[in-house]
Structure formats: structure tokens, C-alpha cells
Design a protein. Structure first.
Lengths: 296, 146
């Protein structure tokens, strides 16, 4: 009994591609959850139509055999069936379209101003991330490059072609704005478990809004052909480590180990080195508060 | 049908005869906040206190000023601008940059009012673009209406 309980408590979400994976990765944002739900809605009608069409097809073929049915009928039209076969597909299309448009338009709605802006700039063949919300001049933004870790440098347990040296650290349960662009050729920033894919076009800034609902490490890959090492550019340079809501004040500070359940569910642990992104942003966010303290 | 409607419990709007569907509609209304988002607020607040986030430490090893400062940290960035509602934010970044420089020409280089625009364009525009535009302004080749 205790053994069973322990087994069920260690849930690790699927946030990276698994071998032979058939379905989606686990959703980390409301958008991805909406996409998965829409997929389930449409799949229901898909199976309905598939079974119906296959049944009619097989039945027609079976009964068209010269031994089964020597004299085939010569029907050319039937008003009732023609009306029905027009109405039912339109109804089905409507049932598919309603949740689809609902999701599509809700993705574009900006309900809340974002709390933080992160820029992802694609290069051949790595990503640069800029956190510039706390600059006091044009020079000081926190910028770092994120290269994929080559296979020979991987440690035990790391994913091939998915790990990077510097992960993007973002706060969880916070509205984010990610601005995606490129410095040379088109790339695309994609994180499947967050339901994000956005083209990085040189000379253009594309904005995506995300709200990541749980902590964890999320992986993605570059999704626009960009040269010989396109397969080796980690999209979000693996968007890593989304931290708890008040991440600036608490996260890895005293490095308090949360309860066991939290570690396995959230993927956060004291064993991970504290990211310098968190340091810099904490420092940057604290600066105006200190100033206010000094002045006021 | 009418008899059925009269007999069931009034849980919500009388759209359908079945009480289960009524309850579902009522719950939907409450959660989406159309009937006053009390439950929504409650759930949202509970999410913030989710057990998945690390528990707050006892403030024994922190000075009082530090913990006071922590409560004041808030994350702010360039707000969503209704002039640029679409995915393409190139003009947004460019417009904020121009607004900042127009503000400094109008109000002087060190005006505090222009600091807001500076934060906005720095948040939105990649550093390389800002550097390039600064150089262009210095050489007089900046293509915008400064």
C-alpha cells in the first residue's frame, strides 16, 4: 500500500520528445492545454467520420460482387439522402469550427499586460537571450548565448540534441512576452509543451504571450531550416527552469529543499546550480526598490 | 416537460431540463467570472499558495530591510500597446525609440519623464538594433522622424 502510494507520487511530466511518442507532450500553458483539448474534440468527429466512411465503403464493395448481387440497382438520385448528406457534414463542420475559433481568438487576446519581456534572437546556430527590463542605459542588459551541448559532452541522464549550456530562465505563473527575431537567416523558436512556435525573421520582431503554469524544464528545437547545423540548434536553447511565482525573492536563495513531492513534480532542486540569470534579474529588480528606499 | 422544469432544483439558468447541465452551466459562469468572480478570485489566490512552490523561509537570516524590499519587488515591462495589437511588434519597438528621442529633444536630455519611454524601447528592441540606430543618429542617417 505504501509502496503503491510512493509510485504514484513520483509523476514526471513529459516536457521533451520521447522515443516513439504518439501524442503531445504534457501541457505547461493554457494555450497548449487548449490545443490538446481541441485535438481531442476534433479526433472524436474524425473517428466518427472514418468509421462511417469505411463501413459504407466496405459494405459497397462487398455487396457489389457479381455473386452477391447479380443485378445492381440503377439509382441516380434520392432527395432525402442528399439533404441529409449535406446537413450532417455542415453540422459536423460547425462542431469542429466552434472550439477551433474559440481557441484561435482566445490565443490572440491580450487580457493582462506582461510582467517580463524576454528577447530570443536566433543566430546560426545558437540563440541569444536578452533580459532588458531593468537596464538603466542602453548597455547593460543581461544577454547570454545558448549553445547546444554536443553529444560527446553530455552527462549521464541528459537528453541528446536537447540540452544546452545556458538555459533560459523564466518565472512561472507569470505573463511573459517573448520577442523572437533573428540576426541572420530565418529560424523558429518552438517549445512543444508550451504550445509555442514562432518564426524568427531577420528585421522583424514577433511577439508571443505565454503563461507557464508549472515549474519544470522544457525543451524545444529550431523549427525553420537555417543551414547545416539547423538540427543542432536548440530552439529555446531549451527553455529551462521555470521557477516559482516570487522567483526573484525566493527561489534558490537559501536553497531550501521543498518537500519531496514538490521536487519530483516541479523539477526544481537544490542540486541545480543557481542560474546567473536569476541573480542578474534579482539585482536589477532590486535596484529601483533600493533607490526608492534611499530617496523616499 | 413543463412539470419536469417545475420540479427540479433551481441551480442556475433554466436553459435545459437536466439539472446536471444546469449545474455545469452555473459552474462555468462562476468560474469565468460572469456572475461575479468570487470563486475565480479564490481559486487564483489558492494557486499562488500552491504547495508546489518552495515554502517561504523563516526570515531569521535576513535583515528586516531586505524582507521589506522583497515584498516590493514587482516585475514591470513595456505594456501591451493597443496601437500594435498583432504579432509583429517591429513598429512598436521603433515607435517607442522615436518617442523617447522626441521626448528628450522636447524636454531635455536628463528629463525623468522620458525614462519611461527608454525602459519601453530597451525592453522591446534587441540591443543590436538600438546600437545601430544610435550610430545612425550620430552620423545623421537615422531614417525615422525624430
Amino acid at each position: 500500500m505504501i509502496v503503491l502510494k510512493w509510485l504514484f507520487l513520483t509523476i514526471s511530466p513529459c516536457d521533451a520528445a520521447e522515443p516513439w511518442q504518439l501524442g503531445s507532450q504534457d501541457a505547461a500553458t493554457p494555450i497548449m492545454q487548449g490545443i490538446i483539448d481541441l485535438h481531442h474534440d476534433i479526433f472524436f468527429f474524425l473517428i466518427l467520420i472514418l468509421v462511417f466512411v469505411l463501413w459504407i465503403l466496405v459494405r459497397a464493395l462487398w455487396h457489389f460482387h457479381y455473386k452477391e448481387n447479380a443485378i445492381p440497382q440503377r439509382i441516380v438520385h434520392g432527395t432525402t439522402i442528399e439533404i441529409l448528406r449535406t446537413i450532417f457534414p455542415s453540422l459536423i463542420s460547425m462542431f469542429i469550427a466552434i472550439p477551433s475559433f474559440a481557441l484561435l481568438y482566445s490565443m490572440d487576446e491580450v487580457v493582462v499586460d506582461p510582467a517580463i519581456t524576454i528577447k530570443a534572437i536566433g543566430h546560426q546556430w545558437y540563440w541569444t537571450y536578452e533580459y532588458s527590463d531593468y537596464n538603466s542605459s542602453d548597455e547593460q542588459s543581461l544577454t547570454f548565448d545558448s549553445y547546444m551541448i554536443p553529444e560527446e559532452d553530455l552527462e549521464l541522464g541528459q537528453s541528446r540534441l536537447l540540452e544546452v549550456d545556458n538555459r533560459v530562465v523564466v518565472p512561472a505563473k507569470t505573463h511573459l512576452r517573448i520577442i523572437v527575431t533573428s540576426a541572420d537567416v530565418p529560424h523558429s523558436w518552438a517549445v512543444p509543451s508550451s504550445g509555442v512556435k514562432c518564426d524568427a525573421v531577420p528585421g522583424r520582431l514577433n511577439q508571443i504571450s505565454i503563461l507557464v503554469q508549472r515549474e519544470g524544464v522544457y525543451y524545444g528545437q529550431c523549427s525553420e531550416i537555417c543551414g547545416t547545423n539547423h538540427a543542432f540548434t536548440r530552439a529555446p536553447g531549451n527553455r529551462g527552469r521555470l521557477l516559482s511565482p516570487l522567483w526573484l525573492s525566493r527561489t534558490t536563495r537559501g536553497c531550501e529543499p521543498p518537500e519531496k513531492q514538490a521536487i519530483t513534480a516541479s523539477g526544481w532542486s537544490c542540486r541545480e546550480p543557481r542560474s546567473k540569470a536569476v541573480d542578474k534579474i534579482e539585482e536589477g529588480a532590486r535596484h529601483p526598490v533600493e533607490q526608492r528606499g534611499r530617496l523616499g | 416537460m413543463v412539470k419536469n422544469l417545475n420540479q427540479q432544483k433551481q441551480l442556475g439558468p433554466l436553459i435545459y431540463g437536466s439539472p446536471t447541465l444546469d449545474a455545469a452551466f452555473w459552474l462555468l459562469q462562476v468560474v469565468t467570472g460572469e456572475n461575479g468572480g468570487h470563486l475565480q478570485t479564490f481559486i487564483f489566490n489558492r494557486l499562488r499558495l500552491s504547495p508546489l512552490s518552495p515554502k517561504p523561509t523563516k526570515p531569521s537570516h535576513r535583515s528586516s530591510s531586505e524582507s521589506a524590499m522583497e515584498d516590493e519587488i514587482d516585475l514591470k515591462t513595456a505594456p501591451a500597446d493597443f496601437r500594435f495589437p498583432t504579432t509583429n511588434q517591429t513598429r512598436h519597438c521603433f515607435t517607442r525609440y522615436i518617442e523617447f528621442h522626441r521626448c528628450t529633444t522636447a524636454k531635455g536630455e536628463d528629463s525623468v519623464d522620458c525614462e519611461r519611454f527608454a525602459k519601453y524601447y530597451r525592453a522591446l528592441c534587441p540591443g543590436e538594433w538600438v546600437d545601430k540606430w544610435n550610430e545612425q543618429r550620430e552620423t545623421g542617417t537615422f531614417p525615422g522622424p525624430l
